[in-house]
Ligand binder design. Structure first.
Ligand code: GLU
Length: 282
């Protein structure tokens, strides 16, 4: 069994991250498996070396050790590009120049409002209809969207997390209607969260993806991409989210619950385990 913790170095780790990391780490250790670390730093604007350094420091302080070298997404841009080139050659992508406002305007049918998928507004198809793709052309420097009508297939994945335990079926028809032509490469990044995560989980040999329930809907996209790229589909464990006293999920900007703050206030790693409802280390 190989699982991972994949934080973005765009802010301090908080109690929610600690929960996710400890859960994955403890599952790996209990199963005699591996716990890997991946730094998801494709957002060059928001990622900062000091946050990355703080991640290593916080994890070590929590008593978590990871196996093997750390994978950093910013060092894998050529891998993402190769995958995009393959998909482009297979005529599964199209360049999109729509702004958010263009999409909102084109998507809102008067009676139904704007159709929302896990990745925001379901793309109304404006640039796909323009049919700008010519085989043999180089990959354009633009936002690239996936042609979901050609990409999706009926498939499934196994979930072992408490809220959705069981086999989940994904239908092609639902992916087209409710998810649509998602962005696989942002213009300024040359990739996207979805594409990178799928390629990296496969490259790291991840067999169990452990992450928050807020990403449950995104998993259908990831499994679709795995099938398209002929990559194995791991088992998934979407865990519950740590919430504040108002029931709101913690966000990066919740510095109030940053691990570093608890540390300076004198909390121990076992205190953190107790706070997130996990058993202290033996
Ligand atoms: N990097 C994502 C985050 O910080 C998680 C990625 C994943 O588990 O797929 O929330």
């Amino acid at each position: 069994m190989i699982t991972r913790f994949a934080p973005s170095p765009t802010g301090p780790l908080h109690l929610g991250h600690a929960y996710s990391a400890i859960l994955a780490h403890d599952m790996a250790r209990a199963a005699g498996g591996k716990f890997l670390l991946r730094i998801e730093d494709i957002d060059r604007q928001r990622s900062k070396p000091e946050w990355e350094a703080q991640i290593y420091d916080d994890l070590r302080w929590l008593g978590l050790s990871w196996d093997g070298p750390v994978m950093r997404q910013s060092e894998r841009l050529n891998i993402y590009r190769q995958a995009l080139e393959t998909l482009w050659e297979r005529d599964l992508l199209f360049a999109c120049s729509c702004s958010r406002r263009d999409i909102e305007a084109a998507a809102s049918a008067p009676q139904e409002g704007v159709p929302l998928g896990p990745d925001g507004i379901v793309y109304p198809g404006t640039c796909r209809e323009r049919g700008a793709h010519h085989p043999g052309q180089p990959l354009p420097q633009a936002a690239l969207r996936l042609r979901m009508d050609r990409a999706a297939c009926d498939c499934s994945f196994e979930e072992i997390g408490p809220a959705h335990r069981g086999i989940h079926h994904i239908t092609r028809e639902r992916m087209i209607r409710e998810v649509g032509d998602i962005v696989l490469a942002r213009r300024e990044m040359g990739t996207s969260y979805h594409l990178s995560v799928v390629l990296d989980d496969a490259a790291q040999g991840v067999t169990l993806v452990t992450r928050g329930e807020d990403l449950f809907e995104a998993t259908a996209i990831h499994v679709t991409l795995q099938k398209l790229l002929e990559l194995p589909t791991p088992t998934y464990c979407h865990h519950d989210l740590i919430r504040d006293e108002h029931g709101k999920r913690l966000a990066k900007r919740d510095d109030a619950r940053a691990l570093a703050k608890y540390r300076t206030e004198g909390a121990t790693p076992d205190d953190i385990r107790r706070m997130v409802g996990l058993t202290p280390l033996a």
